[in-house]
Design a protein around this ligand. Sequence first.
Ligand SMILES: Nc1ncnc2c1ncn2[C@@H]1O[C@H](COP(=O)(O)OP(=O)(O)OP(=O)(O)O)[C@@H](O)[C@H]1O
Ligand SMILES: [Mg+2]
Length: 356
Amino acid sequence: MKLPFRCLSCCSAISSEAAASAMVRTGNGGQNHEAFQVFSYNELRNATQGFSSSNKIGEGSFGSVYKGRLRDGTVVGVKVLSVELESMRGEREFASELAALSTIKHQNLVTLRGCCIDGARRYLVYEYMENNSLARILLGGEQNRMKFNWEIRREIALGIARGLAYLHEEVKPRIVHRDIKASNVLIDHNFMPKISDFGLSKLLRDNGSHISTRVAGTLGYLAPEYAVSGHLTRKSDVYSFGVLILEIISGRPVVSFNLEQGEHYLVQKAWEVYEDRNLGRLVDPTLEMNYPEEEAVRFLKVGLLCVQENVRLRPSMSTATKMLNNEIDIQDAEISQPGLLSNFMDIKLGQQNMSS
Ligand SMILES: Nc1ncnc2c1ncn2[C@@H]1O[C@H](COP(=O)(O)OP(=O)(O)OP(=O)(O)O)[C@@H](O)[C@H]1O
Ligand SMILES: [Mg+2]
């Protein structure tokens, strides 16, 4: 049921503004006119069988995600965000998501179907992704990895690259995602990747090339210069994308304490085998020999180019896409050392034993 915007009058100013602008922008001929809806709480409760545990498909730091079926039969993923009323923690993420996703549409970005505001709870309604996230299915064990043949991995890497290039270089204002990682890449029934979770995204206004911001994101994927100084540019996302490419081709998570000593940190390992001129060693063994070696090594090189410590040497996302496609030849490209948060990671990740 489409509710009149009046129903939002009880909610806080920031959400009302974000939802209002979403409604106005989509209502005036924006691309999502057909799709974007403000749902009532009852509609979402019915769709998810009362947010039952059997409908729960995931949990993140801001709340849980439930599978639901709307009255028109559409299957959706409903994210429940809890807002702490005192600090308003969570509200900013809700507003960012609405602001970023309500007016843009791309085949490699998850579609936001609508939202709902009910007391201190905020709900985001997305298209449902049959194959869950890259973290769950690609990095979730050997059996799962075997489902990803070379062609699927290539298309996933390219899809993520196109989605990011769109955010960085096509939409206005430009968007820096800030939390590119395997659990934020959802995979649809055709194994098409969709970037999700714009809760931390920042809009780069007035053609600005950077903004200073409170550091947010996920360790292991965070560009060191951003982690240390809070200086955010599109190249911080490029760094995270580089880490993702290394994960997709190697089938290893960015940090894995299950592996033997010396193999824990993927970026460090990739640099080591690159220096030994043996990058091919990093390709996921579950692919057996069923992949074009030259192309796999090229993808790993693009990953390493994206994680270089020197921010200016990292390619833009459109250039990275061309490199992956071999439209720009990188066979003899010089790759400089990667940015590593090693010391920081030893302390933080060692304590938390984080794997993604
Ligand atoms: N639209 C969707 N369709 C299918 N599964 C989804 C959808 N949205 C989220 N999920 C699943 O729910 C999980 C939780 O998502 P959420 O974004 O809340 O947290 P996260 O990305 O895992 O962690 P973090 O909060 O640290 O970003 C995802 O990892 C994914 O497995
Ligand atoms: Mg997420």
